[in-house]
Design a protein around this ligand. Structure first.
Ligand code: AMP
Length: 565
């Protein structure tokens, strides 16, 4: 394998392993089980000072791996003797994020037996009180509910070693500034304070000055690529909910028909499962990840170079040092965790004056990261719509037509004449041709078996949002209220209280898998064996499809429109 000439920069920067960061074996084991191969840049920079106990002010958007950047040190610093009161407090703007961050802490902290509790408004407070009383290590809370529990005397912050303010700009936008001050005042003076924010508005400086001591500062995506450095690549992105990604990718590849493509994933697990999916769709895809031996790697590369494989599905680590001449497309199955990684990935096509195509699948919540990347890459990334079933049919018919035309021009067809002649006694020639085209079309993989993929767009940017949505006096979070005002559809979800489902689980699942926000979701009723949830009528089909293909609290559920509505 020939080394790539532009390899130096990143391999020097990213030679760091999780072991180098000084993490405990239990955490390393969890990361390895999750298929994480190396720390993202924000993790490599943030984890060592955080493990040492330093305060930190970090600019990082969703998609950079920021959650693990603070979650791993929080878990590492849990005391050996666990008491009843929490040793760490993570404050987040929304219930969705509280659920997400808790799940991350739970995943990483499994081998440490970390007790993690999400608390947010709108969920029954009694259960949260009971859990707090039983003892927890990390509380992940929205500010309003944290303050409420603090005022009731059930949230004890005297033992807190670390406080994390995640998405701090959002918390300020939502009018939580005073709540944050009040909460932080209840924690020990010598605590560690960590602040992450996607943007760094001035108001944030004041908050940081008040609560952080001599913080390490980290930001991503400051430097721009020099003009001329950026490769000649057509850059497009598709906004796709996580659940629809495999289908969307298959469809995009069908339309693009790359000669040879490399598809980048974040983890080994993703590489393996995507390779399987693509092979199931008729592609000849090969997996390449850091867990493979040099011999396995060489075999894969041989198949790609020899043309017996047309797609390589790889992690960044595994793809390092690869030089593939005929590569026409680079696909980012996930938004890369740093702009530099993006620039490096897409540098594999569009070399030596050739044209290349870079395609990125972004989840609705990753819009900020994509903007940062666009700035650093120094060239526009065009957002495109995922090809529809109709697009796909048109494209497949085009391919069938082209194949037939080629056959008419070049093939020796005489031996089929007898078939056409005998049939023509009985049928019109046009009808015979139509049946033949149908068979050729289907043999070419042209069966129309596709479900529509929901078209979603990025959520509205915070910067464009109006002033604080909370009244000055309000301390409790409002129950979710639909902001669209349009007609609502009621959906039946076949899991309920018996399965431990709470409203937050449904909100989390819906907002995580679709373009909707918590505000778009209306009334939620949780019954013993099922739940009912209201969503905007215009998004009902998208939500049904997304929920059907995702797990809710680790279960697959029946989801359909409620027959009562
Ligand atoms: P975040 O920016 O924290 O929302 O994380 C974005 C996604 O990246 C999450 O799905 C994480 O599970 C994943 N992730 C975080 N760190 C790594 C890593 N070092 N390697 C692979 N995936 C990661």
């Amino acid at each position: 394998m020939e080394p790539m000439d532009d390899e130096r920069d990143l391999s020097d920067e990213q030679g760091t392993t999780f072991e180098d960061l000084g993490l405990r074996p239990e955490l390393l084991a969890a990361l390895s089980a999750l298929g994480y191969e190396e720390p993202t840049p924000i993790q490599a920079e943030a984890i060592p000072p955080l493990v040492e106990g330093r305060d930190l002010l970090g600019q990082a958007a969703t998609g950079t791996g920021k959650t693990a950047a603070f979650a791993l040190p929080v878990l590492q610093r849990l005391p050996a003797e666990r008491g009843k009161a929490p040793a760490a407090l993570v404050l987040v703007p929304t219930r969705e994020l509280a659920v997400q961050v808790s799940e991350a802490l739970h995943k990483y902290g499994r081998d440490l037996g970390a007790r993690v509790l999400p608390v947010y408004g709108g969920a029954p407070i009694v259960r949260q009180l009971r859990s707090l009383d039983a003892g927890v290590d990390v509380v992940v809370a929205t500010p309003g509910r944290a303050l409420d529990l603090l005022n009731r005397g059930s949230l004890q912050l005297g033992e807190v070693r670390t406080v994390v303010l995640d998405e701090a700009d959002e918390m300020l936008d939502m009018g939580f500034a005073e709540d944050l001050d009040a909460i932080l005042d209840e924690t020990p003076e010598n605590r560690q304070t960590v602040l992450f924010s996607a943007t760094m508005p001035r108001r944030l400086d004041a908050l940081a000055r008040r609560h952080l001591r001599d913080p390490v500062r980290i930001s991503l995506g400051r430097e721009r690529t020099e003009p001329g450095e950026a490769p000649r690549v057509t850059q497009t992105a598709y906004v796709v909910p996580r659940a629809a990604k495999p289908a969307a990718l298959g469809r995009i590849l069908d339309i693009e028909s790359p000669t040879a493509a490399i598809v980048f994933c974040r983890t080994r697990e993703e590489v393996d499962s995507l390779t399987e999916t693509l092979n199931g769709r008729g592609y000849r895809a090969e997996a390449l990840h850091g867990g493979m031996s040099p011999e396995q790697r060489d075999r894969v590369m041989g198949r790609l170079r020899g043309g017996t494989a047309d797609l390589l599905v790889a992690t960044d680590v595994a793809a390092r040092g690869l030089d593939i001449d005929q590569l026409t497309h680079v696909v980012n199955y996930d938004v890369p965790s740093a702009p530099e990684a993006y620039v490096h990935r897409i540098g594999r096509v569009g070399r030596a004056g050739r044209e290349g195509v870079a395609i990125t699948l972004a989840e609705p919540r990753e819009h900020r990261m994509l903007k940062v990347i666009e700035k650093v890459a120094g060239a526009p990334i065009t957002i495109q719509k995922v090809p529809t079933v109709a697009d796909l049919r048109t494209r497949r018919l085009e391919l069938t037509r082209a194949a037939l035309r080629e056959s008419l021009l070049t093939d020796e067809l005489d031996r089929f004449r007898v078939v056409v002649e005998t049939l023509s006694d009985e049928f019109d020639l046009m009808e015979v041709a139509l049946a033949a085209v149908k068979l050729a079309h289907e043999a070419g993989g042209g069966a129309d078996d596709e479900e529509e993929i929901p078209q979603v767009s990025f959520r509205q940017d915070n910067d464009a949002r109006g002033p604080s949505s909370r009244g000055a006096a309000g301390r409790t979070e409002r129950p979710p209220r639909r902001s669209s005002g349009g007609p609502a559809a009621r959906l039946f979800v076949g899991v309920g209280r018996e399965a431990g489902i709470r409203p937050g689980d449904l909100v989390g699942a819906i907002t995580g898998e679709t373009g909707l926000t918590g505000r778009d979701i209306g009334a939620i009723e949780i019954h013993q064996r099922f739940a009912l949830v209201e969503v905007p009528e215009s998004s009902a089909e998208e939500v049904v499809r997304a929920l059907r293909s995702t797990m809710i609290k680790g279960r697959k559920a029946t989801v359909r429109r409620d027959s009562q509505t």
